[in-house]
Design a protein around this ligand. Structure first.
Ligand code: ZN
Length: 424
């Protein structure tokens, strides 16, 4: 009996061992099966954020800016536009501050709006064709090629056919105190380092400054809105700056550099963990974002449609002290465009000029995004709305607005990666 019991015990024990082995094999097979099935990918926070940019919201922000006419510096309409921008930024949850400076127009340059314009009403090209087929040098190291048209600033109220808009734009600029607004998204782990995302909010020419530079201003405001969402966390700080006085010679951006460059990276008060001016890691400017209709035609007219080859032009300045790093930054933006922009590609060029990134370019890697290259395209007269009465909201089609939106997608994606952006 004892043997039998013993035998039973033995066979029981063998059975248990076999069962255990079998279960181990089953478990191990199932682990392997799990490993073969790819894990569910975590949602890409950059793609989620880019998806929050909407054409209709971008358009309505531009539309909001056009209620202040051409927003010429040194006027009530310019000050009201600054107040309106600040109110929007606050409503997005982005804390604001202002830079104050004084503008004194040098005596020799009292006609601040410069030449150009004159004569005629309505939607005619601003000036005749001045060259065709000739190669000449343009601003920023560029060269003009093909058909070019003379450019200038319209200074003639009668060329604005809309009487209400003409009345809104009547007050002339006066020298004196100036203000410009910015808002800041503070980084969680590196609050002492920041990227500056900028655009100028002033304009001129007796229109609505819809493209120059409602398009860049709205882009920066849309990014401020998205990055300020309560579920967005960034390692580094981002500052959204809406420069004033770009059109009088970059005075607002220069005032910022003059007043704040020396404050970079200083904790104030000491031990507070607060950095009123984090160390600048890069400056990204947006100026004229929507119109890429190609070269002027030989007869002085222009293509009324966005050209299908339209692109976002990312420029750095090859003569800047920080040119090599700016070039790398420009290509990082181009890559962000390839990965995240929905409609239009981006191209990189070395002739950044005549924009608010210029005062930064020897101190920090600085780039600008535009609809065209500032030198060889804009300077050669590719945009007939530039500083003209036809720079009004109704001039632009959805294909134009969408180019601006694609630039917004590009900058949002690049800055989100550079600042270590995550979603809560
Ligand atoms: Zn501009």
């Amino acid at each position: 009996m004892d043997f039998a019991r013993e035998g039973l015990r033995v066979s029981n024990s063998v059975f248990m061992k076999r069962l255990f082995l079998l279960l181990t094999v089953v478990a191990s097979v199932s682990v392997h099966a799990q490993q073969l099935t790819p894990p569910k990918p975590a949602a890409d926070p950059v793609r989620t954020l880019v998806g929050r940019l909407e054409l209709e919201k971008y358009k309505s922000t531009i539309k909001g800016l056009t209620q202040f006419g051409d927003r010429r510096q040194g006027t009530e309409r310019n000050r009201k536009a600054t107040d309106w921008i600040e109110a929007q930024l606050k409503s997005y949850g982005c804390p604001t501050d202002r830079i104050k400076y004084t503008l004194t127009t040098p005596a020799r340059n009292n006609n601040a709006t410069g030449g150009g314009g004159g004569g005629g009403g309505g939607q005619k090209p601003p000036d005749p064709i001045i060259a065709s087929g000739e190669v000449r040098s343009g601003p920023g190291g560029s060269r003009y090629r093909g058909t070019t048209r003379r450019t200038g600033v319209n200074n003639d109220p009668l060329r604005q056919p809309d009487e209400k808009l003409r009345a809104l734009n009547t007050e002339p600029a006066k020298d004196g105190e100036r203000e410009e607004v910015y808002c800041t998204k503070v980084g969680t782990t590196r609050p002492d380092e920041m990227y500056i995302v900028g655009a100028h909010m002033d304009g001129h020419g007796w229109g609505e400054a819809a493209n120059d530079n409602g398009s860049g201003t709205a882009l920066v405001m849309e990014l401020a809105r998205i990055f300020s969402s309560p579920d967005v966390v960034t390692d580094r700080t981002i500052r959204f700056a809406l420069w004033n006085n770009e059109e009088t010679g970059l005075n607002g951006a220069r005032a910022y550099v003059d007043q704040r460059a020396a404050l970079q990276g200083k904790e104030d008060p000491p031990g507070s963990g607060r950095y009123p001016e984090p160390k600048w890691l890069g400056m990204i400017q947006h100026d004229m974002m929507m119109w890429d209709h190609g070269m002027p035609r030989a007869d002085g007219t222009w293509n009324p449609e966005q050209r299908p080859e339209a692109d976002v032009n990312i420029e750095f300045q090859s003569t800047a002290k920080r040119a090599d790093e700016a070039m790398k930054l420009a290509f990082l933006f181009r890559e962000a465009n390839e990965k995240y922009a929905t409609d239009y590609p981006a191209a990189v060029g070395p002739h950044m000029t005549n924009t608010d990134s210029t005062p930064f370019m020897d101190l920090v890697p600085a780039i600008s995004l535009r609809e065209n290259e500032r030198g060889m395209h804009t300077g050669a007269g590719w945009n007939p709305t530039w500083h003209q009465p036809i720079d009004v909201f109704s001039t632009f089609s959805d294909n134009d607005f969408r180019l601006g939106l694609n630039a917004a997608q590009t900058t949002l994606a690049a800055v989100a990666q550079l600042t270590g952006t995550k979603l809560k």
